[in-house]
Design a protein around this ligand. Structure first.
Ligand SMILES: [Zn+2]
Ligand SMILES: [Zn+2]
Length: 184
């Protein structure tokens, strides 16, 4: 089990890659680091997803403290607010602001128009962080992402019919586009 300090945060501009949502990438990294370095004094009740995330990779004392809190909340019938979801939502909002600020630069706009990807959820959320005149940009990016994904899924299906068995990575990318990253 890893312990110690959290890895330095990656700037969103460094997380840009063809075919994947940069907000998903930085958030995935954030939650993984948070859970792996979870401290006993950060103990919180947790949702289903993050109960399992803690059980798998957090330091034992932090897991025990958190599970006792979750049990306490369930027994007393309090609403079980997940502290990890809360931190994730704060981070998501800051990262959407960061991306929106980057999108004011001409070169970034051009890159995104040609190569950028956004999952459906973050495309929707990013709109709320952008000034009105930049909002149509998001629609254009998503429309291109959808066209490309349809073509790739069609040719994947063709290849399967012809007996090819490779290219499964596409399905993971498509799932991430539709539903965000797994386990977040
Ligand atoms: Zn995303
Ligand atoms: Zn949660």
């Amino acid at each position: 089990m890893k312990s110690g300090t959290m890895a330095p945060k990656l700037a969103i501009a460094q997380a840009l890659a063809k075919g994947s949502c940069p907000v998903c990438s930085v958030l995935k990294q954030f939650v993984e680091d948070l859970v792996e370095n979870f401290r006993p004094d950060q103990a919180t009740s947790t949702c289903k997803t993050h109960t399992w995330a803690l059980a798998k990779t957090a330091p034992a004392e932090a897991v025990v403290n958190s599970f006792l809190k979750t049990i306490g909340a369930r027994v007393s019938g309090e609403p079980c607010a997940c502290g990890i979801c809360l931190l994730k939502e704060q981070e998501e909002s800051e990262r959407l602001d960061e991306l929106a600020a980057e999108m004011k630069h001409r070169r970034m706009i051009e890159w995104f128009e040609r190569h950028g990807s956004l999952c459906l959820e973050h495309a929707e959320k990013l709109r709320e962080h952008l000034p009105e005149q930049l909002q149509p940009l998001v629609g254009g990016i998503v429309a291109r992402n959808i066209t490309e994904l349809r073509e790739e899924l069609d040719s994947f299906r063709e290849l399967r019919r012809e007996g090819h068995r490779e290219g499964w990575g596409l399905l993971g990318r498509a799932a991430e586009f539709l539903a965000g990253p797994r386990g977040l």
